[in-house]
Write a protein that binds this ligand. Structure first.
Ligand code: GAR
Length: 200
């Protein structure tokens, strides 16, 4: 059984897509053991609690410095003995020690077709604003492994989404979530769980 931890900062619709896929059997041999947010009012925590999953808030604001926050985050992650860490709208930089320790075991969902509209400063609605400003006709989402850079790790899955005439950033964000993110994030976890099962 793949032990999964999901890191979130906001609404948690991607988390919900993963929980639904586990419930429906689309993802087999995986279990979400913990959901961690940097923000205590993130609705994602509520979604986890509603599912009977441990929901923790580890906020940088509660620590004297970044190192202490990073240490606590890594301590908790280690405590749950996770096989896979999923960044599902987690808007905090991942400590380098965690990237090294969990290499090839951290994935991130990004709301564009990497290498477009990614890297520092591209998160949430800003990604869709940039895509519309550039006038692209196709955008999408990417699931990639996390390395030391921002959105630079190996790509696991991508899915394209059409940009429609007159789209607002919010409309485009919604279409990218519905047609791409909520599809490929569960698919990626299903793939990784299957791989682990085949190795066992
Ligand atoms: C998602 O669109 C995700 O791709 C994005 O934040 C949103 C979180 O929504 N992540 C990034 O922009 C990371 N660079 P959710 O909380 O409803 O899943």
């Amino acid at each position: 059984m793949l032990r999964v931890g999901v890191l979130v900062s906001g609404g948690g619709t991607n988390l919900q897509a993963v929980l639904n896929a586990i419930d429906s059997g689309e993802i087999k041999n995986a279990e979400v053991k913990v959901v961690i947010s940097n923000n205590k009012s993130a609705y994602a925590l509520e979604r986890a609690r509603n599912h009977g999953i441990d929901a923790l808030c580890i906020s940088p604001k509660e620590f004297e410095n970044r190192t202490q926050f990073h240490n606590e985050l890594l301590l908790k992650i280690d405590e749950y003995r996770l096989d896979l860490i999923v960044l599902a709208g987690f808007l905090v930089t991942i400590p380098e020690a965690m990237i090294q320790k969990y290499r090839n075991r951290i994935i991130n969902i990004h709301p564009s077709l990497i290498p477009s509209f990614c890297g520092t400063g591209y998160f949430g609605l800003k990604v869709h604003e940039a895509a519309l400003a550039r006038g692209v006709k196709i955008t999408g989402a990417t699931v990639h492994y996390v390395d030391e850079g921002t959105d630079t790790g190996p790509i696991l899955l991508q899915k394209a989404v059409e940009v429609k005439e007159g789209d607002t950033p919010e409309e485009l964000q919604k279409r990218v979530m519905e047609e791409a993110e909520w599809v490929i994030l569960p698919q990626a976890i299903a793939l990784i769980a299957k791989e682990q099962e085949e190795k066992a």
